[in-house]
Design a protein around this ligand. Sequence first.
Ligand SMILES: [Zn+2]
Length: 418
Amino acid sequence: MKEIVMQDTIVRRKTCRLCDGKDLKAVLELAPSPLADSYIPQSRLSEPQELYPMDLYLCGTCGFSQMLDVVQPQAIYFDYIYETKSSLGLVEHFGRYCDEVVKRIGLKPGSLVVDLGSNDGSLLSFFKKKGMKVLGIDPAREIARKATESGVETWAELFGSKLAEKIKREKGAAALITANNLYANVDDLFDITDGIKKLLAPDGVFVFETFYLADLMENMVFDFIYHEHISYFSAKPLKAFFAGRGMELVDAQRVPTKGGSVRYTAQLAGGPRKASPAVAELIAHEERLGIQTAESFKKFNARIDAAKNKLVSLLRELRAKGKTLAGFGASPTTTTLIYHYGITDMFDYIVDDNAQRHNLFSPGKHIPVLPPETLYERKPDYVVILAWRYAEPIMAKLGRYKAQGGRFIVPLPEVKVI
Ligand SMILES: [Zn+2]
């Protein structure tokens, strides 16, 4: 694995990522933390892992919430190891996604489908089975190489307007461009969106899925806030953004992935598709909730604090009684959760189902990551399910630990001891 140089990898923006406005106010300040997904092997334990700010800002001009401190993509993505197929339920989700999109936009076999942030090619392989031409774009070199080898041509590049021209020259215009869980990770949205505009056929569509601010707040998924996620989208500022780039937001469907997401569809301005009422409905929903106001973030912050105080006092009490605690889930969300809660020293180790994570150490505090079987040998008194959105399937799998007298603590959306 290539060494990552961590100096000077953060750049602070001065303007709103969507409207270029300067009226930006900090509305949610989480504890500074290391890069959430930088689980490292033993050989790199002596390297420093810096803490970066984790503050969300609200734009007073367009109502968009965002991080302004941007960790540069080279530090994160070229050596990225997290594969789609290792994420619970995501491959099945992509299968349904492909069926629905093909039907909804009437995609014909032989059309070009380009997926941005295509990872291991999981989504494109479904389109390929339906007879589409496919091209993946993903900067993670090792994952791109493996995807190409498995039959989904993938270029290890960062997408932008320059690359869009090259793709169009070599492959033609795209009938469909997809980007899932990527838009929120891109700082220069002007360039990527201009690239999409250039690459699309006149009747082509851009479909992208991203986690939804309204759901993130409502479902308490605050641990989904970490440095890779620099944008917290909602429909209202996005609609204005696309209109300003010569495109048009024509649909917005809510989907359950990532604790609540929206699948947006956009076309070139004046394109053949009629805008669905769903866009206006979603904007009305956002206005009712007030999610584009500082007040809503203040309330959200108070709910996070309340949940935090409850868990922290419970864990402190258990530790004081000499109880042993292990964590479940070595994911990026764990980093936000344990840093913001200040509970990085509570766990002897973390277990995870993903074998790629075993024998690595957590970002910053270097908690060892071990296989779940460790729980049967070491019999900790409590397992805190840090990957709490998957608490049900995780507890179901660990029936033997429970039968041995073990107990679970689920930290969110409310603290539960089971
Ligand atoms: Zn703005």
